[in-house]
Design a protein around this ligand. Structure first.
Ligand SMILES: Cc1cc2nc3c(=O)[nH]c(=O)nc-3n(C[C@H](O)[C@H](O)[C@H](O)COP(=O)(O)OP(=O)(O)OC[C@H]3O[C@@H](n4cnc5c(N)ncnc54)[C@H](O)[C@@H]3O)c2cc1C
Length: 289
């Protein structure tokens, strides 16, 4: 089944994300965590894609395990910046042979030792979307950035290129994490004005430790609001308290989004079934509405 068909159903959908292990040895642990997350009955589970080697192979393996063994819809991420066009085509054909119907098409970060992708590489995610379309009837998602992508000085350029990307054949968008819902509402308003009409899944990251916050900030350049910083300041040195506060903060963000008419939420659950389960428990009655 295609994720876009599920998103069209008039009900609340909560999805989760897992990431592959750095080496093949860690695969069983990730499959175990994924199986626990599947018990929460998510709309789908997405699997991130690393740059080459074992992690990229394992994305397809985990995505087909989710679909075939756990009977949950899976979304395989695919990046193109660090691979040749031929390598990317091989991955798409492999996903097709595994019966994976849903792909999140991403450019990926430009590796530090590489100039901007050119020649035999896809330069932007929109080119990857066009390529995937040539290989079969996939449902294609793509990324968007409510606070603007770090490479773009002007947010309006970001929206102009996002429109081009969606027009190249994107079915739905998932946002970069954000910690202030007003940023998301403002972004939604601006992209709808620009004529982008596909479903947008807000990406919510439960931050359960100070170290995780630092990593998230480095990766996404997101702004942490004062309300979140106070939590970190007060509870950051107590792991259990910070975990509880981080889950409460993410739950609060989700409840506000749902109360404001958002139907689809993507949770960056980071291979932590306990955190995913705690949030779902907090929402148990709310998601029935
Ligand atoms: C939901 C989500 C999931 C992610 N999953 C992964 C993952 O699994 N693995 C991973 O490595 N990374 C992942 N990332 C990170 C992502 O790969 C990086 O943010 C990357 O730098 C941009 O990827 P993109 O697909 O958004 O690129 P693009 O859409 O190609 O955009 C990249 C930059 O180029 C600009 N641009 C686009 N088109 C043009 C054009 N025609 N001319 C000029 N400029 C243009 C954009 O405005 C933007 O600044 C994810 C990000 C998100 C939000």
């Amino acid at each position: 089944m295609k994720i876009i068909d599920r998103l069209k159903e008039d009900r609340i959908h909560i999805s989760f994300e897992v990431f592959p292990p750095k080496t093949d040895e860690g695969i069983d642990k990730v499959l175990g965590a994924t199986a626990e997350i599947a018990k929460l009955n998510p709309a789908f589970i997405s699997v991130t894609y690393g740059a080459g080697g074992g992690t990229s192979r394992n994305t397809a393996k985990i995505a087909s395990y989710i679909k075939d063994d756990l009977n949950v819809l899976s979304l395989a991420h695919l990046t193109c910046a660090s691979s040749t066009k031929e390598e990317v085509r091989e991955v798409i054909e492999n996903l097709k042979s595994l019966g994976i119907e849903n792909i999140l098409a991403l450019r990926g970060d430009i590796p530090a030792n590489m100039a901007f992708p050119s020649g035999n590489r896809f330069r932007y995610a929109c080119e990857l979307v066009e390529e995937i379309r040539k290989h079969g009837d996939f449902c294609i998602g793509a990324a968007c950035y409510p606070e603007g992508h770090v490479e773009n000085e002007h947010k309006e350029d970001d929206i102009k290129y996002l429109k081009q990307k969606v027009d190249s054949g994107v079915d739905f968008l998932t946002t970069q994490m954000f910690f202030e819902n007003d940023i998301h509402y403002n972004f939604l308003y601006r992209i709808r004005e620009a004529g982008i009409t596909v479903p947008v899944l807000p990406g919510i990251m439960p931050i359960t430790s100070a170290a995780q916050m630092k990593r998230s900030q480095e990766l996404s350049g997101t702004v942490f609001p004062r309300r979140f910083l106070s939590i970190l300041d007060r509870f950051g040195s107590s792991p259990e308290a910070m975990r509880q506060a981080g889950i409460a903060y993410a739950t609060d963000q989700i409840i506000d989004l749902l109360a404001n008419g958002v139907k689809n939420i993507h949770i960056y659950s980071m291979n932590k079934p306990d955190v995913a389960a705690a949030i779902m428990n907090n929402l148990s009655e709310i998601i029935k509405c």
